[in-house]
Design a protein around this ligand. Structure first.
Ligand code: GLY
Length: 387
């Protein structure tokens, strides 16, 4: 399958191609206004005429209606299913409702699920698309910064079980991902800031990704670009209009993620580095009962990993100072809030899937900003002490 990128859109939209070892291909288009080209994209993919459009109810009156109208004006037969917002939608009940709706409207393997929403919805839609008739087409329109730079890219899908998050899932490559930074204009400030933690994470991984994949470092380091630009991309910029640097920043993150996934789809090696800051981050989210947003918890995890790396003489103190300055500049937290029990957090970290016997594998910055050791082993007995 190939897509004529030059025909996709005449304009400032950046097209990226993602080919994995398994020869699955996905197309990612990034640009303000890219969402308006959904119908064109479906036509280029040569998919069947039936579409199931999914979006969270919170987006119904805005972006949901816009995409629905766009599809209604085309010659696709569109069914719409509104899903609950956030993690609560990643349930067996919602999954089953999607499967039943696909059946009810007779979608076959040539047809498509189009999912508009944040990472929870794109995960759920991906799981449904990968399992219905053993796989139907999937086009994602991520609407949060977190989903645009991470969740909707790379093929991870999943739902939550009572015993934990993302415990059932698949890896399934969407046919296309349309990333429109205009969606960020209505994103609540806290969600936008939270997404910046994942953006900053990529800056801490750039050299490592470049060393083990086809990603090429540009004339300036991503961390330097972010240090200079992020303090100017403030709440007003994100809510009132799209800062001109934002599409480029999002594109850089996506390029790093695509290169990582192309090198290691199944997270046997390089892809593990994307978990930088997440061992503590996930534990914090859980212990805070998800009161801390994902990105806030990851920001604290990035500081923890860098502080630990300084302690272990893997990296100099200056790297830690530069990171904390950048996180502070964008109003992300650095420290575990006092109300959360460190004992409970370290216990939760020890249940992390990266534990191997008496040791836990952490991703720690090493050498200089942009490089990490992604299999640094630390005895579990040290974890509580490190916190
Ligand atoms: N969110 C990390 C990954 O996709 O591997």
């Amino acid at each position: 399958m190939s897509l004529a990128f030059h025909k996709f859109h005449e304009g400032p939209i950046i097209r990226l191609r993602w080919t994995t070892q398994t020869d699955l291909q996905s197309r990612v288009a990034v640009g303000v206004g890219a969402r308006q080209h959904l119908v064109e994209c479906l036509a280029q993919l040569k998919v069947g005429k039936r579409v199931l459009l999914l979006y969270p109810s919170a987006l119904a009156a805005t972006w949901g209606e816009e995409i629905e109208k766009l599809l209604d004006q085309s010659d696709y037969q569109v069914s719409v299913l509104q899903m609950p917002d956030g993690e609560i939608g990643k349930s067996l009940e919602c999954l089953s409702e999607i499967w039943d709706t696909l059946q009810l409207h007779c979608l076959d393997r040539t047809d498509t699920i189009v999912a508009l929403g944040g990472g929870a919805l794109t995960d759920l839609a991906g799981f449904a698309a990968s399992t219905y008739l053993r796989g139907i087409n999937l086009v994602l329109l991520p609407t949060t910064l977190l989903a645009q730079v991470d969740a909707a890219i790379g093929g991870k899908t999943g739902i939550n079980l009572i015993s934990g998050k993302n415990l059932a899932g698949t890896i399934y490559t969407p046919q296309a991902v349309i990333v429109d930074p205009a969606y960020l204009s209505t994103l609540p400030t806290r969600d936008f800031t939270s997404g910046l933690a994942e953006v900053i994470k990529y800056a801490l991984l750039e050299n490592t990704i470049a060393g083990a994949s086809e990603y090429k470092i540009g004339p300036r380091r991503f961390f330097d670009i972010l240090s200079e630009s992020l303090p100017n991309i403030n709440e007003e910029d994100s809510v009132e209009h799209i800062h001109p640097l934002l599409p480029g920043i999002i594109t850089s993150c996506i390029k790093m993620k695509l290169a990582t996934v192309a090198a290691d789809l199944r997270e046997a090696n390089l892809r593990r580095c994307l978990n930088l800051g997440h061992t503590l981050g996930h534990a914090l989210e859980k212990v805070s009962d998800y009161k801390l947003a994902h990105g806030e918890a990851v920001a604290i995890g990035l500081v923890f990993a860098t502080r630990l790396a300084v302690k272990k003489n893997l990296i100099g103190e200056e790297a830690l100072n530069r990171l904390t300055t950048l996180l502070e500049d964008v109003s992300l937290p650095l420290e575990i809030p006092g109300e959360y029990d460190k004992q409970a957090i370290s216990q939760s970290m020890l249940h992390d899937k990266k534990r191997a016997g008496e040791k836990i594998k952490l991703i720690l910055p090493k050498g200089e900003i942009g490089s990490v050791d992604y299999s640094y082993e630390i005895p579990t007995s040290e974890i509580a002490h490190c916190l």
